[in-house]
Design a protein around this ligand. Structure first.
Ligand SMILES: NC(=O)c1ccc[n+]([C@@H]2O[C@H](COP(=O)([O-])OP(=O)(O)OC[C@H]3O[C@@H](n4cnc5c(N)ncnc54)[C@H](OP(=O)(O)O)[C@@H]3O)[C@@H](O)[C@H]2O)c1
Length: 313
């Protein structure tokens, strides 16, 4: 059903996840791509999305477009995170159905799981409790997106699958001081401290929160693997199956960046969920596992930041 000439629409091709998937698909020999920036096609506008699908008729859709942000952005704009993501995914999924898309892969997030979820988090724990309040809007939207895929499959016989990646980092990450996620924010802080000879780097919170971190290119590999090899109503956790504390992450970044000062903890800042580790056995049983170890991925990410420094300063 899928061949190397299939017309593939990558929604969000400029983002960290979307660009990694774009690279992976090209590397695997796919050649027929459709892309639009959010300026060219705002996916929150239903009529525009319908028009686009009607005219372009993609065969495969990778839904990696979303309103994404760090903990402060989520706290400050919960309505935007809920509204934009509900609109983007509902419009794309419904247009995909209306215009005969053969396969769709929806990118969710590990935020879908309850705050007090047993660790590691298995797919079956979904909706067993309340999600983390600091990113409730985003999480509710992601749950709805995954459910929408499952329910379109049930009602209409479509082939839409969902993946739930853990925290991603890597090439194309956002190093903006306000919008960055934990890895990019940590790299930036240590780099700036190094070039300004600052004696301390401030770590948000207690440093004890634990996060599972996956190199974005590995997530892309899993996404394409499932696109090619899975049809059905299961969704898949995508991660490494191990986690690090924020302090451990900070110490590796410190070494990768070459910073020689000390860490200082700002306890007034939120930790977010105490731990977010996923059980990825459903995916490993399907034959996929990650390749890039954290230190190696952080080195590549730091190099990319240095090469693209002007963009963020
Ligand atoms: N980053 C992570 O740690 C992480 C972890 C788990 C899951 N994910 C999932 O991966 C997906 C992508 O995340 P990311 O980190 O790659 O985010 P990102 O770098 O911020 O990229 C998001 C992309 O979405 C597009 N977009 C946003 N609003 C849009 C709109 N209204 N219309 C059209 N396009 C729009 C943007 O397009 P333009 O660039 O053209 O504006 C951008 O390319 C999301 O679904 C996210 O939930 C990410």
């Amino acid at each position: 059903m899928i061949n190397k000439d299939s017309k593939i629409y990558i929604a969000g091709h400029n983002g960290m996840a979307g660009s990694a998937i774009y690279r992976k698909l090209k590397e695997k020999g796919y050649s027929n791509f459709l892309t639009r920036t959010s300026k060219e096609l705002d996916l929150t506008i239903q009529a525009d999305v319908n028009y686009f699908f009607d005219n372009e008729r993609p065969e495969i859709v990778i839904l990696a477009a979303a309103k994404v942000g760090g903990i402060m952005a989520n706290i400050q704009s919960p309505a935007t995170f809920l509204y934009d993501n509900l609109m983007i995914q509902s419009n794309v999924i419904n247009s995909a159905y209306k215009y005969g898309v053969k396969k769709l892969v929806f990118l969710g997030s590990s935020c879908i799981y309850p705050r007090d979820c047993p660790q590691p988090m298995k797919e079956e724990y979904l909706l067993d409790g309340k999600v983390e309040p600091t990113n409730e809007g985003y999480a509710i939207a992601k749950i709805a997106g995954m459910k929408l895929c499952q329910m379109y499959n049930k009602q209409y016989g479509t082939d839409y699958i969902s993946i739930m990646p853990c925290n991603l980092y890597g090439i194309g990450d956002n190093f903006d001081p306000v919008r960055s996620h934990v890895v990019a924010a940590t790299i930036r802080k240590f780099h700036e401290a190094k070039i300004h000879n600052a004696p301390i780097v401030t770590v948000w919170g207690t440093g004890t929160a634990r996060r599972e971190l996956l190199f974005a290119d590995d997530m892309a590999d899993a996404c394409v693997y499932l696109m090619e090899n899975y049809s059905g109503n299961d969704f898949f956790n995508v991660g490494t199956g191990s986690d690090v504390s924020i302090t451990e992450l900070s110490l590796i970044v410190k070494e990768v960046v070459g910073y020689e000062g000390e860490l200082f903890y700002d306890f007034s800042k939120p930790d977010g969920m105490p731990q977010k580790l996923m059980d990825c056995s459903r995916l490993t049983e399907k034959g996929w596992t990650y390749k890039t170890e954290l230190r190696e991925g952080l080195k590549k990410t730091y190099q990319w930041y240095l090469d693209n420094y002007e963009k963020f300063n």
